[in-house]
Design a protein around this ligand. Structure first.
Ligand SMILES: Nc1ncnc2c1ncn2[C@@H]1O[C@H](COP(=O)(O)OP(=O)(O)O)[C@@H](O)[C@H]1O
Ligand SMILES: Nc1ccn([C@@H]2O[C@H](COP(=O)(O)OP(=O)(O)O)[C@@H](O)[C@H]2O)c(=O)n1
Length: 257
């Protein structure tokens, strides 16, 4: 099996002339439950295609960190809008790791936003409509020129309902909790498996039942269960799906021309 993660084999699409290359760029929406491999897979696919990758969960986590630090009451709309006005989120490439990291008002918050105290509040913050409006507007600006892989909960349903490729990911909750535990341990956070599982299940419940933009599978999304897949298999599967969509989008552009 070829390595699809952190390596970028040449693909035929890049042999096309620049105009058709531009026309062939698509939007890839990866939605699904917590910790089933969305971001790792999306990142790998983006690297393979030479596309931008946006982790929208990181944006909601950054808002949560700001609200937490500034004691913003979610029930006070004035406080929420004032806080949102003072938030600037961007992603910057770390030249040492080659990875994009999340910045909140100029500060690198990549590690802080992954901690459990943020995970324990992020779904409540994300359920606030005003928060969603602000994040969705920014995400839609980021995807204006296409050539983007975005992962989250509402990308295929709300942010880019016109996305050419939509994937909905799921996996067994226990397997997801174990994977997240390994990840947090590698970052020095030693957590009980039960606490992680509880957090995942609580977030899944809030995310799927909230009134505004609940997590649901878009009608035209392909369901991918990663429970018994390797990371490389996930990336290969989505990359092949993307290649097919890009080819058909190019064929369509030629027919239209
Ligand atoms: N197929 C897999 N096998 C083992 N670990 C995986 C697999 N897919 C993802 N992971 C790991 O699981 C953790 C959660 O994945 P992540 O991509 O962050 O999920 P999500 O974005 O859906 O929350 C990460 O540490 C990731 O490396
Ligand atoms: N597009 C998105 C992305 C994330 N979120 C919220 O942000 C939380 C954190 O997202 P995440 O992608 O970082 O979470 P994990 O799947 O990595 O655990 C989710 O549980 C949702 O509550 C959302 O509401 N909409």
């Amino acid at each position: 099996m070829p390595c699809f993660y952190n390596c970028r084999p040449y693909i035929a699409i890049f042999a096309e002339e620049p105009t058709s290359l531009l026309m062939s760029k698509i939007i890839i929406a990866v939605d699904g439950f917590s910790s089933c491999g969305k971001s790792t897979t999306a990142k790998g696919v983006a690297a393979h295609l030479g596309y931008a990758y946006i982790d929208t969960g990181a944006m909601y986590r950054a808002v949560t960190l700001h609200f937490h630090t500034h004691h913003v009451a979610l029930t006070n709309p004035k406080e929420v809008s004032k806080a949102l006005e003072s938030i600037k989120i961007d992603f910057r490439r770390n030249p040492e790791t080659g990875r994009n990291e999340t910045y909140l008002n100029g500060l690198n918050v990549e590690d802080e936003i992954r901690k459990l105290y943020i995970a324990n509040w992020v779904s409540e913050v994300s359920a606030v409509s005003e928060v969603r409006r602000a994040m969705v507007a920014q995400q839609q600006r980021m995807g204006k020129t296409k050539g983007i892989v975005m992962d989250g909960r509402d990308i295929g349903t709300v942010v880019f309902p016109e996305a050419e490729l939509k994937v909905f990911m799921t996996a067994d909750p226990h397997i997801r909790a174990q994977r997240r535990q390994v990840e947090l341990l590698a970052k020095g956070e030693m957590l009980d498996l039960e606490d992680i599982l509880k957090n995942i299940q609580k977030r899944d419940l809030i995310d799927t039942t909230r009134a505004d933009s609940p997590l649901i599978q878009a009608e035209d999304a392909t369901l991918v269960d990663t429970s018994f897949m390797t990371l490389d298999e996930q990336i290969e599967l989505l990359t092949n799906m993307a290649d097919e969509k890009i080819s058909s989008s190019m064929r369509q552009s030629r027919t239209d021309a």
